[in-house]
Design a protein around this ligand. Structure first.
Ligand SMILES: Cc1cc2nc3c(=O)[nH]c(=O)nc-3n(C[C@H](O)[C@H](O)[C@H](O)COP(=O)(O)O)c2cc1C
Length: 187
């Protein structure tokens, strides 16, 4: 048994599939994004990469703001739909029966049904090739209170977050360890 070498491509799996809301409360849109992630801890920074042909691209480029809404099993259909249809033709909030919620700092709406909505401000745009990378600072994190446990922490197991791998959507599996478990001394 050995490894087969393939030509370069996008192969980091799994990744999140988030719903990015953008624009304003009046003129808003949602775009599904898999090319997203954390890139710095302090200050908290993240990125999304978009093709310039996306309707959302100019909305984000012009306003310099967006909200990353994490997705769960309940939102899987809407996540896929918002990634297959363009805001140029559809009001995605309306079509997917999603509610707009005012963000605390940015002017874009948050998606009320999402378990967590992360308000972001664009700091830099890197024109990489097919996609342009919006590097952003996290301004605020808004978590649905039903997913906050008695200790005030985010209860990740309760909210059924989904991931995206090789074209498929996946539910979270069983927890198999905790940060540092490999080096923890046995009592
Ligand atoms: C699971 C999934 C992940 C996606 N990830 C990205 C991405 O990272 N960047 C991107 O530009 N488009 C991505 N797309 C495609 C856009 O979401 C899609 O073209 C969408 O219709 C664009 O919407 P808009 O024209 O309203 O902005 C993804 C689609 C799906 C279904």
């Amino acid at each position: 048994m050995s490894k087969v070498t393939w030509k370069p491509g996008t192969f980091i799996n799994p990744v999140p599939a988030v719903m990015v809301s953008c624009g304003t409360m009046e003129k808003s849109n949602i775009v599904t994004v898999a090319w997203t992630g954390t890139i710095n801890s302090d200050p908290a920074m993240c990125y999304i990469s978009l093709r310039p042909t996306r309707y959302s691209y100019n909305l984000i480029r012009e306003s310099g703001e967006f909200v990353i809404n994490l997705t769960n099993e309940e939102l899987a259909r809407a996540t896929d739909w918002c990634g297959c249809r363009s805001g140029e033709k559809y009001d995605k909030f309306k079509e997917m029966n999603l509610s707009k919620e005012k963000a605390t700092i940015v002017n874009c709406p948050m998606i009320k049904e999402s378990p967590a909505s992360i308000e972001c401000k664009v700091k830099e745009i890197k024109e990489l090739g097919s996609h342009h990378m919006f590097i952003a600072e996290v301004l605020a994190i808004n978590v649905k209170d039903k997913f906050i446990d008695e200790k005030g922490a985010f209860d990740i197991q309760k909210c059924n977050l989904i991931s995206y791998a090789n074209g498929g959507y996946y539910a979270q599996g069983e927890k198999i360890g905790r940060f540092g478990f490999s080096v923890k001394k046995k009592l």
